[in-house]
Design a protein around this ligand. Structure first.
Ligand SMILES: C[S@@+](CC[C@H](N)C(=O)[O-])C[C@H]1O[C@@H](n2cnc3c(N)ncnc32)[C@H](O)[C@@H]1O
Length: 231
């Protein structure tokens, strides 16, 4: 594991601590993936045969995407997370399931580490960009490494979500290491993906969240024609 030295990493360590990771892991073992993550997984598997494929899971938390895709035949994964407690929980669960030797765990801010991270067939950012101000930096570094599909879950950019974010951030102001909640515009995320020749191929809302999947431009039309999923 690499140390997280980028500015703001303390906020991730204190927000996503061992107690939070344990609670998430218990919930995952009991209930399986949450609805937005389930939709993301289904969309990924509609677009890509994951058997033998590689995954780059950025901000993977307790590793739900990795665990589910390994069960479906995934080959290898890289898990980059700024929170060491979440990385440790992901590794613990992978060991329990017998996949840990197929995962590389990197601790730190992905934007700072990206240069050293290889491209992967599937790249995911599940509920991650809402923790990060520099959306173009984070999504851009992810997009450039996505060989077959880039999948994101992030807050719906509605007026009520923005009010919710404002309230959350009001409380964050009193934290020693505030972690700001960001509602990024979907069009802005689409535009960053487009700069890296990725086109939107799937979109669905799930409660407070939206799931968006991007594929290389040259594949987008084929998926739409095949009726794999809605635009
Ligand atoms: C809300 S949690 C989501 C965890 C998991 N993906 C899920 O959906 O349950 C956000 C995670 O993203 C990580 N994260 C946020 N920004 C990051 C960045 N720039 N680089 C690496 N990890 C990041 C945090 O440390 C945290 O583990």
């Amino acid at each position: 594991m690499k140390c997280c030295t980028a500015p703001g990493c303390r906020a991730f360590e204190s927000a996503f601590d061992a107690a939070y990771a344990e609670k998430d892991l218990v919930a995952y073992r009991k209930n399986g993936p949450t609805k937005p993550t389930r939709l993301l997984l289904q969309a990924i598997q509609s677009h890509v045969d994951v058997r033998g494929a590689t995954l780059l899971d950025i901000g993977g938390g307790v590793g739900v995407i990795q665990h589910e895709l390994f069960a479906a035949g995934l080959g290898q994964a890289v898990d980059v997370d700024a929170a060491s407690a979440f990385l440790a929980a992901a590794r613990r669960e992978a060991e329990r399931r017998g996949f840990a030797d197929r995962v590389i765990y990197l601790h730190g801010d992905f934007v700072a580490l990206a240069e050293a991270v290889a491209p992967a067939d599937v790249v995911t950012l599940d509920r991650v960009i809402c923790c990060y101000a520099d959306m173009p930096g984070l999504v851009g570094a992810a997009a450039v490494r996505a060989r077959r599909v880039l999948g994101l879950v992030f807050p719906r950019d509605t007026w009520w979500m923005r009010i919710g974010a404002w309230i959350v951030n009001l409380f964050e102001r009193f934290q020693p290491d505030p972690l700001w909640f960001h509602v990024h515009a979907a069009e802005a995320v689409d535009a960053v993906a487009a700069q890296h020749s990725l086109a939107l191929s799937f979109h669905r809302n799930a409660g407070l969240w939206q799931v968006r999947l991007y594929v290389p431009d040259r594949h987008a039309d084929a998926f739409v024609q095949a009726g794999v999923e809605e635009m």
